[in-house]
Write a protein of this length. Structure first.
Length: 305
C-alpha cells in the first residue's frame, strides 16, 4: 500500500490546504502574510446584531484546512478576544484540521498580578481561553513577572521579536542618533537594539504614580544639545512615558526627537499629543495605524513556514 508522506515545516504541512484569514483590524497584515506564503487569503466577516452581540462567518470552506487566523488585539481588544475565540471554535466546527492564531499584538498581558484585592489576573485567563488553538504566534508580548508565554499557555506558542528589524530601521533611517530607553526596565532592550545599529544608548529614570501620571528624570553621559534623539519602547499606549522626556529634551535644545515603538496602541489621543509636541512617531505594523511604517511580516512568515 502506498502511503502519502507529509513534510513538516514548523507547523505547516505540505499536502494540507492552508488558508490565511484576517480580521478587519489586521487586513493589511494578513494580506502580506498570505502573499509571502503564496496561500489563499480571505477576510473574516464580522458584524454586530442590533443587541450588540457578535456575528462571525468564514466566507470560504474550511474542511481539511490549516486555518491561519490573523487578528491583532487593538483596537477594541474585548471585541478582538471574542473574535479569536469564536474564530477558533467556528473553524473547528467547520472541519479545519488545524488552527493557528497569528496575534501580532497580544493584549491582556499587563494585568499579571492581583495588585488590589478582588482584581482579575487577566493574562492567565486569556492564556487559558486562547489555548483552544493549536498554535499561537505573536511578537514581543509584554512579559513582566513571567519570562515566557509557555508559563501560562497550554498550547504551543512562538514568541517573535522585532529587535533586529528595529535595529535595521535605526541603521537606515536614524544614523548617528542617540537612542533613549524611557526606564530601567526597557534599557537593556533599548541598549541591545542600539548596539546592533551601531548607536549609543542612555536610560531615563522613570517613576510611575498612576497609569496617566509619570515623572521622568533625564540624565545623560553624553551632550544632548544638537543631537537627534530616538526614544524607543515596546508599547506606546497613553504616551506619557515619552511625553515627559520630550518636554525636557526640547528645553535641552536637541535637534530632533523621534518616538519608536513596536506596538502603537495610542490610547487617549496619544499619537496626536506626541505629534503636537513636534516629535516624529514610527511604529511597526503589528497594529494598523497611520505611523505603522516598519514591516515585521517577514518574521511571521518565517515562523509559519
Amino acid at each position: 500500500m502506498h502511503l502519502k508522506t507529509f513534510v513538516v515545516f514548523k507547523g505547516v504541512k505540505r499536502g494540507m490546504k492552508t488558508l490565511v484569514i484576517a480580521s478587519e483590524r489586521s487586513l493589511d497584515f494578513g494580506r502580506k502574510i498570505a502573499r509571502k506564503l503564496h496561500k489563499p487569503f480571505s477576510k473574516l466577516l464580522t458584524k454586530h446584531f442590533p443587541d450588540g452581540e457578535l456575528y462571525l462567518r468564514y466566507p470560504i470552506p474550511l474542511k481539511g484546512a490549516h486555518v491561519i487566523l490573523v487578528d491583532s488585539m487593538q483596537p477594541n481588544p474585548d471585541d478582538a478576544l471574542v473574535e479569536l475565540l469564536f474564530g477558533t471554535a467556528s473553524a473547528r466546527a467547520h472541519g479545519a484540521k488545524k488552527v493557528t492564531l497569528v496575534i501580532p499584538y497580544m493584549g491582556f498581558l499587563r494585568q499579571d498580578k492581583e495588585f488590589h484585592p478582588g482584581e482579575t489576573v487577566s493574562n492567565k485567563i486569556v492564556a487559558d481561553l486562547l489555548s483552544r488553538a493549536d498554535r499561537i504566534v505573536t511578537m514581543d508580548p509584554h512579559l513582566h513577572r513571567i519570562s515566557s508565554l509557555k508559563q501560562i499557555f497550554k498550547t504551543k506558542t512562538k514568541t517573535l521579536t522585532a529587535n533586529d528589524i528595529l535595529a535595521q530601521h535605526l541603521k537606515a533611517k536614524h544614523k548617528g542618533a542617540l537612542v533613549v530607553g524611557p526606564d530601567g526596565e526597557s534599557f537593556q532592550w533599548a541598549r541591545s537594539v542600539a548596539s546592533k545599529a551601531g548607536l549609543h544608548a542612555i536610560v531615563l529614570n522613570k517613576k510611575r504614580y498612576t497609569s496617566e501620571k509619570v515623572r521622568i528624570l533625564v540624565k545623560s553621559d553624553v551632550p544632548l544639545k544638537g543631537r537627534d534623539i530616538v526614544i524607543v519602547d515596546d508599547i506606546i499606549s497613553t504616551g506619557h512615558t515619552m511625553i515627559e522626556p520630550i518636554k525636557q529634551f526640547k528645553r535641552m535644545k536637541v535637534k530632533s526627537i523621534t518616538c519608536i515603538g513596536i506596538h502603537g496602541v495610542f490610547a487617549m489621543n496619544a499619537l496626536q499629543k506626541l505629534k503636537k509636541l513636534g516629535s516624529k512617531v514610527e511604529c511597526t505594523n503589528t497594529i494598523q495605524n497611520p505611523v505603522s511604517i516598519i514591516d515585521v511580516t517577514d518574521a511571521f512568515v518565517e515562523a509559519l513556514r
